[in-house]
Write a protein of this length. Structure first.
Length: 410
């Protein structure tokens, strides 16, 4: 079957605000349990999420948008990019576009393309991972050595570790502090250096959100600005003003995570764009592009844990736990993400994608498990307590001592 719709005699509880009925896309391997993007700094509980949208034909919005992209005149889109760059290009060689990134294949492609093809003068900025892997640090250096200025911003490690633990305990999302910092950094750095053009790589709306969100050329300011000084900010599921009393994290400690004010961004006329709007996008092509222009390296262990690919999300020792917790909460993890991408790009059939998902999705990231426990201060018992209490009954069943998905991809 290419889609699955599940009913039971007695409805089972659906946690985290998840849709109670599991439906798989007829085209790719994503289900309606896949969370869409919402502003991370506003999340106070896991039910604050929105989920992937499907059309009446059983096709997810991401696949629908991918089909729409086949109708795009990319020569016209490239001219749009030329026009934008002409409007912002500096005449004295000063920075005129800000490119946020980690030194992965996609950020390497974006910054190098803007510099060599568009004649721009990019400043690259990086929000540091929780803890660099060896290959991640190597690729970060290779990115810079390809000819780019870079500013690396590293939050207070003690505070970041505390927030990571809180995010794991309260949201089962240990990546939330990193995601917040990553999203908030570029607009704040643009304001600091007087750059009013930001270019991200992929529009996440193209992969996970509603069709109409994917059509937008610029990023929704809700995701990277706060409307006012009084906007509630939640870190690790806790209101920022309560962290000091309950967790010994002061307001000053959390200042680095604050989004820019909406009025400041609007006054400076900062434009936030996605490269996927203007050029045909392929992660595999970006990989070969990065390999050609610098010494970009893949996972030295072969494929990454939880999937079949070896060239994405390599820089952080906690990457694997981001995808594993996603698998626990939503029934789909890293292999689903990779398979959906490769099916849409024509590298896999849906049947091949299903087989890869059933083989690799949810594989436990054992390689850095000890480090994760040490970093967060969790015991093994605490770790598994929070993992298992977040398994939604409508997704998970326990067979003896093994947890199994009630409705695996098919």
């Amino acid at each position: 079957m290419s889609s699955t719709e599940t009913t039971t005699d007695a409805p089972l509880e659906a946690m985290h605000g998840l849709p109670p009925t599991v439906v798989y896309c007829k085209s790719c391997v994503m289900s309606n349990q896949r969370p869409a993007s919402t502003p991370e700094f506003q999340k106070g509980k896991t039910s604050d999420l929105e989920y992937a949208s499907f059309g009446e034909d059983g096709i997810c919005d991401a696949c629908r948008y991918h089909e729409f992209k086949k109708t795009i005149d990319w020569s016209e889109r490239k001219q749009w990019l030329v026009d934008i760059c002409d409007r912002h290009r500096s005449k004295d060689g000063s920075w005129d576009v800000l490119v946020p990134g980690s030194g992965g294949k996609d950020s390497i492609f974006v910054s190098h393309y803007l510099k060599t093809e568009m004649g721009m003068h990019p400043l690259t900025v990086t929000w540091a991972p929780h803890a660099y892997t060896d290959v991640g640090w190597h690729n970060m250096q290779a990115w810079q050595q390809a000819g780019h200025d870079n500013i690396l911003v590293t939050p207070n490690p003690k505070v970041h570790a505390k927030l990571t633990r809180l995010s794991f305990e309260n949201l089962l999302n240990p990546f939330q502090p990193f995601i917040i910092g990553q999203k908030m950094l570029a607009p704040k750095m643009a304001l600091k250096f007087g750059i009013n053009f930001i270019m991200y790589g992929e529009n996440q709306g193209e992969r996970h959100n509603k069709f109409e969100d994917a059509l937008k050329a610029t990023m929704n300011p809700d995701h990277f600005t706060r409307p006012s000084e009084d906007t509630p900010i939640r870190l690790g599921g806790v209101d920022r003003h309560e962290l000091a009393e309950e967790h010994d994290i002061s307001l000053a400690d959390t200042h680095i995570y604050l989004p820019a004010l909406r009025e400041d961004v609007e006054k400076a006329q900062v434009e936030v764009h996605h490269m996927t709007t203007y050029v045909p996008w392929s992660t595999q092509r970006n990989f070969y592009y990065a390999k050609e222009i610098c010494d970009f390296q893949t996972n030295p262990y072969g494929r990454s844990e939880g999937t079949f690919s070896k060239y994405a999300s390599l820089d952080d020792k906690i990457d694997g736990f981001h995808y594993f917790t996603m698998f626990v909460k939503f029934g789909q993890g890293r292999a689903v993400d990779d398979a959906c991408r490769d099916i849409r790009d024509g590298y896999l059939s849906r049947e091949e994608g299903v087989a890869l998902v059933r083989r690799y999705d949810g594989e436990f990231p054992d390689r850095h498990y000890k480090f994760f426990l040490e970093y967060t201060g969790l015991t093994e018992e605490e770790f598994w307590y929070h993992i298992d209490r977040n398994r939604s009954p409508h997704l998970w069943d326990k067979n003896d001592n093994d947890w199994v998905l009630r409705h695996p991809c098919e």
